[in-house]
Design a protein around this ligand. Sequence first.
Ligand code: SF4
Length: 701
Amino acid sequence: MGTATEVKTTCSYCGVGCGIIARRDLHGRLTVEGDPDHPANQGQLCSKGRTLNYVVQDQSDRLLYPQLRLHRDHPLQRVSWEQAIDRAAAVFRSVIAEHGPDSVAFYISGQCLTEEYYLVNKLVKGYLGTNNIDTNSRLCMSSAVVAYTKMLGEDAVPVSYEDIDHTDCLLVAGANPAWCHPIIWRRVEARKAVYPDLKVIVVDPRRTDTCALADLHLQIVPGTDVLLYHAIARRLYDTDRMDLEFIRQHTEAGENYVRILKSLHLRSAAKTCGVTLEEIKLAADYIGDARAFLSMWAMGLNQSRVGVEKNGALINLHLLTGQIGKIGAGPFSLTGQPNAMGGREVGGMASLLAAHRVLSNPADREEIARFWGVDRIPAEPGLTATQLFDGLETGKVKAVWIICTNPSVSLPNALQADAALKRAKFVVVQDISNRSDTADYADLLLPAAGWLEKTGTMTNSDRRVSLLQPLVAPPGEARPDADIIIDFARRMGYSGFDYRDVSEVYDEYARLTAGTRIDVSGLSHDRLQREGTFQWPVPSPVHPGTPRLFTDHRFYTPTGRARFMSTISHADAPPVAPPDRPLILTTGRIRDQWHTMTRTGKVARLRKHIDLPYLEIHPLDAAAEKLENDQLAVVHSQRGEVRVKVRYTRDLRRGVVFLPMHWGKTLGSDLTRANNLTDDAVDPYSKQPNFKFCHVGVRAY
Ligand code: SF4
């Protein structure tokens, strides 16, 4: 019998970043409850967070020891850690020697801890000599990152959850927080309960549970978001509801934007968007009359061929009305993954550098190289997520190391991901679970420690940094991801990886942020453990953190002014549908599952909500194909097929169908992956894929 103990930590699923108190009793049994003192959740947890103890305790799927195969036709064999890391180092050395540093790549995850992200970046950009490190956050947040940077001068979310308690107009766009960010949504419900005058506008082609609270649901035609926000802006312009003083003093590039607005015909814009003119006017009334206007968005804007422009068009509404940098107001991108923001902070993408330094800036590269004690950081941006798998498929990239993510299900072209991993010369998969479809392609499979088994930090959607602490030992020979990376770096002979523990990794990163806009030099693991969570910047050990940015209306651009995204047009109309694929497919999450279900799929209570993949379709669209409710159907796109049962719903626009993104081969079949179908297009600036718009046809199976 062991000792009972407890730790404070943070939920490892979504970007809400709820605080959790985890306890282990004398028999080793785990329980979790919401941390009442945590500002993100104040004691509440959603269905996923409440069942995390079962995920940790059910070890039936855990990878327990390293496994290696020397040839693809051979089965994986158990090896020691020493053999595993030796093999990885030998292959990476020989591939780099023969084909150059850009022939290797790392593909990591928004679920990695900040220290892990930092270490992999330092290893790849500082020592391996390539910028080929990207992350599944590319699939999630990169359009918001580019829009914030272009318009506000840096990737900086201006607001806090606390702003929900003070807003009087909330616009939710391309998101279903009632299911996907549930604890944020509880807070919105609480606000509406105490302040019934709160106006809630929801923009979504689907009538989701989030719409239950909506005063106005704009059920737009998918792909028309930019035009919709321009139309609302035009109405604000026509009715003199702009903040001219704010525009004059604190923004730039507004003239072009106004020219675009003036060229707009409101009635025809409404028609293209699939809403009424009255609805656009009402949205403008709600926003224009608000003392404090807050917007929230997620994948419906980001995962698009024009994701940056969609973000920009929405942020423009805040600049037009001066609704930023004050209590209850501002643009708020909801992070999908728990540490997508922490990863960006340390430069965890092919196009970024640590501590918001800029990869394209030679002085920034030199500064980071000096700090790391290396000769140089390569100037050439690395391959982004989809480019990296293109590179594997064409043979340009020979060796890839995949950490804590399942690209065989989650990449927009799942079939290509399989082909690319087959073609690769050497694939390392570092994961906790044998339920990852990607593990099938591993030449080297490394068992990692999971949640409650390791230490490190994460940053949630509102810039709040928290410390995650271990309560149990990892099973078998599994090790924390940071230890594995450090071990590999040392085996490669690199000198900059002498850390006693991960708190020293955090200290090094924190030093690098000193004097920047994301300064966390006032934070350490010790302080986070002692005092709880903090919102960056935290520039000194006594600084209390920063709930809200831009309160002085000085932005991070060279001029200090926010920039309207004035280059955008409203030419965001969807392309014409081919006759055999008349429907628009949009994909997304369901309430009780997370990503590719390697963890939530283990919990019987969560499977009870929805346990099989399905296609939502309007009954009239189904009738056109003579499809009964619950009938097995084939959904087909230009690229591939999916076979699932159809589920009738009148909550969709006619002509739109919805498929959940969770099911992969391991938990479904080859023919349940939504990403057999989805579009190959990516946003030209952010390189974020377009998961939300794809022409499909449906027929009976
Ligand atoms: Fe975890 Fe997100 Fe649920 Fe909070 S809302 S408990 S962070 S999954």
